[in-house]
Design a protein around this ligand. Structure first.
Ligand SMILES: Cc1ncc(COP(=O)(O)O)c(C=O)c1O
Length: 404
């Protein structure tokens, strides 16, 4: 039997891409994980979630375990709507779809809006899982560079104008992580936010705003693109993975009701009513604003520790962006291939993600790497950076001795 002959044509094409998750390093035991984009284990509220499950089942018995699920799912919608409203996003019932995490939201958007004829714009660098998803649906992807103030909207404008002049296709969607971006930790500045929304109107595309870290800015949260948009062009993707627990798989899409209706059509019941009811029960019992304040303070402190360790232990030629929030620091080491560096680094028990995986054109990321300050404790962060600094120093010496 020729297995391949059973796959649909678009799946055959998609299977030619690099396999998903190939960026994930195989970690030795006792490794300091500066690669993991997971919440700090001590900040995952497992005890409170246990209490939320008990309360849910005590009050509702078998109800949350049925297909239709608990009436609390409705409550989760309201809790999310309330948080969005506090951030100036007034979202009606028919404008909100709860999904199994932001990743299902991105996949649904791609599934409904993108085929092989559609052009997608992403940031360079961008969140590698989103890139993997878009590559499953189209080969027509272009990328726009990021600097310390986020997506370079002036470059985007030039490219759009040029494509229009040459009669080339214009984008169907632009995917952006405007706040505390993964992997760069940068935040799109206010004028660029307005410019981007204006460009979407002028060139008739949709913006997929991935706001996974939108409530984890170290300073005041910037206004979201959805809050700026007045013409329904922004599909706002949110998640509770980074502020509560990723294994609960709670995300959402907030946007124009006709899009939401189409996404709902294809999502069917491929989500988790029990997790949704549990999340609603958990959120009922906590002061979410206070939790966010605590998370921001702790992550900010860990971020400062990592930045200080970089200053103390990395050679002067190495550069990085100081993040405005989120989980990550983006580092550039001129003259070093960070995929090779990873091998040495894993040998010394420290992991990171090589930059190439965050780029559409992987060679653009050779000299970059992403460090996480979210997962490890401060002592481990310092030790990890110390070890990595020594390896980089040795590598740079070795490379310069070859050039002599
Ligand atoms: C930018 C971005 N979007 C989405 C996700 C995934 O979110 P979820 O767990 O809700 O699928 C992540 C997780 O790393 C992320 O960094």
């Amino acid at each position: 039997m020729k297995i391949e002959s059973f796959f649909s044509n678009n799946i055959k094409e998609a299977l030619k891409n690099n396999p998903p998750g190939e960026w994930m390093p195989k970690l030795p035991e006792e490794c300091i994980r500066l690669s993991s984009g997971y919440p700090d284990p001590s900040l995952v509220p497992s005890q409170k979630i246990k209490e939320a499950v008990s309360k849910l089942l005590d009050e509702e018995q078998d109800l949350p375990l049925h297909y239709l699920g608990s009436p609390r799912i409705k409550k989760l919608h309201q809790q999310i709507q309330k948080r969005l409203a506090e951030r100036k996003m007034n979202v009606q019932d028919e404008e909100l779809l709860i999904t199994s995490g932001a990743c299902q939201a991105i996949d649904l958007i791609a599934r409904v809006l993108i085929d092989e004829s559609s052009l997608v714009v992403v940031e360079a660098p961008t969140y590698m899982e989103a890139l993997e998803i878009f590559q499953n649906y189209t080969k027509q992807i272009i990328n726009i560079p990021i600097d310390e103030n986020g997506l370079q909207t002036n470059v985007l404008e030039e490219i759009l104008k040029d494509r229009r002049r040459k009669n080339l296709s214009l984008p169907r969607i632009l995917y952006t992580i405007p706040t505390a971006q993964n992997p760069t930790g940068t935040t799109l500045e206010w004028n660029r936010r307005k410019h981007l929304v204006k460009l979407a109107e002028e060139f008739n595309f949709l913006i997929v705003e991935d706001d996974a870290y939108g409530e984890l800015s170290f300073e005041d949260d910037p206004q979201s693109l959805k809050a700026i948009d007045s013409s329904g062009r922004v599909l706002h993707v949110g998640s509770l993975s980074k502020v509560v627990a990723p294994g609960m798989r709670i995300g959402w899409i907030a946007g124009n009701r006709e899009f939401i209706s189409a996404f709902t059509w294809f999502k069917k019941d491929l989500d988790h009513p029990f997790a949704q009811a549990t999340m609603a029960s958990y959120l009922e019992g906590i002061a979410f604003e206070e939790r966010l304040k605590m998370l921001k303070e702790l992550y900010h402190k860990k971020c400062d520790t990592l930045i200080k360790a970089l200053r103390d232990h990395f050679p002067e030629s190495v550069t990085w962006y100081v993040p405005s929030g989120g989980y990550f620091v983006w580092v550039r080491i001129s003259g070093i291939d960070t995929l090779e560096l990873l091998e040495h680094s894993l040998g010394k028990g420290v992991s990171f993600i090589p930059g190439k995986y965050f780029f559409l054109n992987q060679q653009d990321g050779t000299e970059f790497l992403r460090l996480s300050f979210c997962y490890e404790g401060e002592a481990e962060i310092i030790e990890g950076i110390k070890r990595l600094g020594q390896i980089i120093m040795e590598q740079l010496k070795f490379t310069s001795s070859l050039l002599k």
